[in-house]
Structures are given as C-alpha cells and as structure tokens.
Design a protein around this ligand. Structure first.
Ligand SMILES: [Zn+2]
Length: 310
C-alpha cells in the first residue's frame, strides 16, 4: 500500500486495479473512499495509519466520491469496526442502501441503455456482470448512508470544503474542493496513470461527456495546486494540473470530432465501431466488461453527448 503525505494532515493511500485510492483528512477524521476490502486492503490501511501515528479511533467520517464498488465496497468493514458516519450523493445512497448494491448499480446502468442493451453488452447477461463484479471487488453488502451531500460550501471544524456534483463519470459523482489548500479531490473524473491518461473515464452508460467538459472547466477555474484523483497518482503544481486538464479537454473534443467524422461516412456505424476508433481497450480505465462492451459503451456515451440517436 503506497502512502504519501500531501500536506501536513492530508494523506494519500494508493489503490490498485480493483480498489480506488483513499485519502485521509486527519484533523477532521475524514476518510475519502475506503476502496475495496478485498485482499485485506482495509486492514493494511489501518496498519499503515498506525505506522504514521494516526490512531484509527480518530476516524469519524467516510466521504464517498460515488457508488462504484472499487470506491465504496469497503465501507461496510470500516463501519463495523469503528463508529464512522457515512456521507454520499443522494443517488449513491439509493444504490448503497438497496438489498443488493451491485444489482441496483447494474440495473440503473441497463435502464440508461434502453433499446441498445443487446448491442452494448453482446452476449453478456447482466447477472454474469454482477457475478464477475463480486469476484473482482468482493461482496458488496447493503451499506447505510447517514448523511447525503448537498452542493455548496461546508465547514468541518476549520476546514472549508466546497462540494459539487459533476454528473460526469457517474450520475452520483461528488467532487471536493479545499479552497485554502487549493486541493481538488476528484473521484473518478481522472486517472492520470492508465494507458491514455487524458481520456475521460466513460465506462458506464450513465456517464455524460457534456457534463464532463463542464466539470473540467470548473476545475480549471479553481486553479488547483493539488489534483487528487480516484486512481493513479496525484498531480502537483498549478501549471502541471492546468496542462493535464487541457489535454483532457482536447481528448473530449477529439472524441466528438472523430465521432462526427465516422457518422458522416457511415450514419449506421455501431457503437463499437465508434468506440474502437476513439481508444484502444488497453488505454481506457478498467471495468469488469470485455473489450467489445467497454468500447461500445464509450461509443454510446459519445453519441449520447452529440444527441445523435440512430
Ligand atoms: Zn467509478
């Protein structure tokens, strides 16, 4: 488990393929995204905390950036060991508190695909997706969410946190901006260390490329000095972050232009044909789906943003 002190009381704990990064705001006892509990990650996390001299008994709150299992599946284990209060987006609360969070998540995404479900999923039955997910991320039990976030500024002790809902990577995205420190905690809007570090993370049908673009603009306006992503390593420095975000914006533009180009040549182009012209499977973020479905979803999300129904 990689650990890094970002500022005097802000820590980064590295994730893996099946677990997000975790952040700790020590003074307030806030954990952002516990990640997955598979492979003893939560235990390792608590051990590391002890090593850096942070007593787990000081942990008070869990903040979730969204409902995806690689970020939120480990909450249950945390809460059963310590009396932490969980905060999430109102739509994440619905998923997490349902009888079977995986199934609820998959059903929400399927609903978005409408009549295109077969084209996007190919031969995959959605029960199989739920099964594979539980193998990759671990058992996803119903998880109580004590409080839901609202857009705006909150004060936790003397730490100011601005909350906004990008609705970009997932409909239940939450981003945190710490104005005093110039820190953005972005959840899965960014993953600077995958194949194509600048690609927007469009791995589920509810992802929204237009909202993505707006969110990136908003973050650029904050002029952050620290970008703390859901996966991959943090980016430091105003200039570095600006350059990174500009390239993400360029990628979004390229996706749209390329898709229009393909549709001009062939108005009947499949989602897969579009997706595979935008990225290679190895260059987009991990999910449990095969190359066909992953690239089809990418094509679907870009088509949705261009409002080009077939
Ligand atoms: Zn995610």
């Amino acid at each position: 488990l990689k650990i890094k002190k970002i500022l005097e009381d802000i820590y980064f704990f590295g994730g893996s393929h099946h677990s997000s990064n975790t952040y700790l705001l020590e003074k307030q006892g806030i954990i952002i995204d516990p990640g997955s509990s598979l492979r003893g990650r939560i235990k390792k996390f608590l051990n590391v905390l002890n090593k850096v001299g942070v007593s787990p008994s000081r942990l008070k709150y869990i903040f979730l950036t969204h409902s995806h299992p690689d970020h939120s599946q480990g909450v249950k284990q945390f809460v059963s060991n310590y009396q932490l209060k969980v905060f999430a987006h109102p739509l994440a609360k619905i998923i997490l508190e349902s009888k079977n969070p995986f199934l609820s998540l998959v059903e929400r995404e399927i609903k978005e695909t409408g009549k295109y479900f077969k084209e996007l999923m190919g031969v995959l039955d959605y029960h199989i997706i739920v099964l594979i997910s539980s193998l990759v991320y671990g058992k996803f039990e119903p998880t109580k969410v004590d409080f839901t976030f609202e857009v705006g500024k909150i004060l936790f002790d003397d730490r100011e946190i601005e909350i906004f809902f990008p609705k970009a990577h997932s409909v239940d995205d939450v981003c945190f901006y710490l104005p005093k420190e110039g820190i953005i905690i972005s959840g899965d809007l960014f993953d600077p260390h995958r194949g194509n570090p600048y690609s927007p993370i469009l791995i589920t049908p509810t992802a929204d490329l237009n909202f993505y673009e707006k969110a990136v603009d908003k973050i650029i306006e904050f002029k952050p000095k620290y970008l703390l992503p859901g996966h991959g390593f943090p980016i430091f420095g105003e200039r570095e972050i600006y350059n990174y975000l500009s390239k993400v914006k360029e990628t979004i533009e390229r996706y749209k232009e390329k898709t229009l180009e393909i549709l001009n040549k062939n108005p009947e182009a499949s989602f897969y044909e579009i997706g595979k012209n935008l990225e290679k499977r190895k260059d987009v973020s991990a999910n449990v789906l095969n190359a066909y479905s992953t690239l089809s979803i990418l094509g679907f999300v870009v088509m949705k943003a261009l409002k080009r129904p077939r």
